[in-house]
Design a binder for this molecule. Structure first.
Ligand code: PLP
Length: 377
């Protein structure tokens, strides 16, 4: 099996699993309990908070809120900030290529009477700072634009976009689920107030994530209950998951310097071979502003889902779009927003590399792709 779907999820790193295991049976205390069992768990949670703060350059671990994943982090950022600024206005700016976790949250707010401006993207999938500037209104209460797209891998000019938000006094959120652990991230350099990340994209467990909330950024909880996470997210902590996320963050921090260029080399090897050898292949997105793990192509005369099935029969795991969109048919948001001809939009293929891959696998996957295309075309 050749796994080329690391943007959908990654396996748990064995070192992450080893760090998590004691927190199921041996160190099982509730971190909110004041006895020794609870204190032991609380220490582990706070260590993980520090590890995540270090990875993203947060000034203080207190700015990290644990969530059940990237989806909840996005929802908390959006609903939490708009609720906190109810008196100020009811307008939000986002992009047309956001992940469903942001897009659906915005749709829900529209349903509740908010107005949302969906910014388009250029041919590479980038949002224009000028268009953002023009979209801002006196009643804009939040700007949310993803750091890199999960399908086409385009990295947005977040420092520029967030600078515009700052000049206008508007909180800026970025969904960095596809970039944390892949690109060096510093929340101050990005200039963001809120940033979402997820464990299972960085060789951590599924069902755990975090939201960075800059000190002073007003946000109300959207999941209430206990006073956990300084009242920002109720519910008993998922201690093993949090420990796993912390370890995954620490490993990413230590290994990114070598791993990111290695992934970029694999990605470029893949892109070069596909463009040279596969009939009708075209690269989607940007070559310069691209995550190191993403290759996304369109083909003419073939359906993306059929191509994914043909690759699967040859032992290659790929995807036609985002994992959440698969099986829904039609063309996904990011590809549609690029303005490609309709016959290309249908023939999307995303191949995302990761720790499991080497050069030999890339070469084998290209052969499998050429054979699959030959069968289908
Ligand atoms: N945002 C982006 C860009 C993603 O790629 C994903 C996962 O596919 C999410 C949010 C959701 O994260 P999670 O699966 O942890 O809820």
């Amino acid at each position: 099996m050749i796994y080329l779907d690391h943007a959908a999820t990654t396996p748990v790193d064995k070192r992450v699993l080893d760090a998590m295991l004691p927190y199921f049976c041996d160190c099982f205390g509730n971190p909110s309990s004041i006895h020794c069992c609870g204190r032991q768990s609380r220490e582990a949670v706070e260590t993980a908070r520090e590890q995540i703060a270090t990875l993203i350059g947060a000034a203080s671990p207190a700015e990290i809120v644990f969530t059940s994943g990237g989806t909840e982090a996005d929802n908390l950022a959006i609903f939490g900030t708009v609720c906190a600024s109810k008196g100020k206005g009811r307008h939000i700016v986002t992009s047309k290529i956001e992940h469903g976790a942001v897009k659906q949250a915005c749709k829900k707010l529209e349903h509740d009477g908010y107005e949302v401006t969906y910014l388009g993207v250029d041919g590479e999938g980038r949002v224009s700072p000028k268009e953002l500037e023009a979209a801002i209104r006196p009643d804009t209460v939040l700007i949310t634009i993803m750091h890199a797209n999960n399908e086409i891998g385009t990295v947005q000019p977040i420092p520029e976009l967030a600078r515009i938000a700052k000049l206008n006094g508007i909180p800026f959120h970025t969904d960095a689920v596809q970039t944390v652990g892949k690109l060096p991230i510093c929340v101050d350099a990005l200039n963001v107030d809120l940033l979402s990340l997820s464990g299972h994209k960085i060789y951590g467990p599924k069902g755990i994530g975090a939201l960075y909330v800059r000190k002073g950024c007003r946000m109300l909880p959207f999941q209430t209950g206990g006073e956990q996470e300084r009242g920002r997210r109720g519910g008993t902590h998922n201690v093993p998951g949090i420990v796993g996320l912390g370890m995954a963050a620490a490993l990413a921090d230590a290994e990114m310097e070598d791993e990111a260029p290695r992934l970029a080399r694999l990605r470029d090897r893949l892109i070069k071979q596909v463009l040279e050898r596969a009939p009708t292949a075209q690269l989607t997105g940007s070559m310069t502003h691209r995550t190191p793990h993403n290759a996304h192509f369109t083909f003419v005369g073939v359906q993306g889902d059929a191509l994914v099935a043909a690759l699967d029969r040859r032992g290659v795991c790929a995807s036609a779009g985002s994992a959440c969109h698969s099986g829904m048919g039609g063309v996904s948001g990011a590809v549609a927003a690029l303005g490609l001809p309709p016959e290309r939009q249908e023939g999307s293929l995303r191949l995302t590399v990761g720790k499991l891959n080497d050069e030999a696998q890339i070469d084998q996957a290209v052969v499998a792709l050429l054979e699959s295309l030959r069968d289908l075309l």
